[in-house]
Ligand binder design. Sequence first.
Ligand SMILES: [Zn+2]
Length: 210
Amino acid sequence: MARAAMKSRRRFGGALEPLTYVRAFYDDRERQELARLDSCEVIESPMATEVSYPRAAALAHVAELLDELMPDREASDAVFRLSLAVLQQLRGPVLWMPLTYFELWMTRLMGFLPEFSECVVCGRVLDGHRAFYHALADGLMCLDDKRVASSELSPESRRIAEQMLRSRVSEFAEIEWPKAVCADLRKFLLQILERHIEKKLVTAGMLEKI
Ligand SMILES: [Zn+2]
């Protein structure tokens, strides 16, 4: 709770805008539901660089995923560092690479990411074979076990995902990355996340239209 933050813009300035990196001073007492926010020093604001509509949608997507996936009052160093690194890559017009990286790593850090290398039904190795996924099922399936109305996850996207799981987001900064790259991977990841939070992500629809 930030007292009078709506009345006096001066007190917190832009520090309470979503995804602003701040040093916060707050008072959190036992038996009180809300902590009291005393002051915030802005370290870095995503609003410092130009906010186009696509970039606003991308930032909103990061914020929505954090809001929906992180339990209240849970401090996670890994999620914090991931978010900072991805936000650094979201300063310019490049969107799809950092968004793919963020969705992939959030899915893994939440413990929802299935094995990419084998069929979840029969256990067959999927390397070198086609792999499929379904909105209502966990994991990847081989050609024989795929359900009706499954989608395919391309070998190229599986390869990039495995690379992303071993690398920092900054290592992909120089790569040309139009929307089509890993579109199937993002769809796969969003289906997993939406299945776990049991609702549709509002920002997924916004991104789809860009
Ligand atoms: Zn199988």
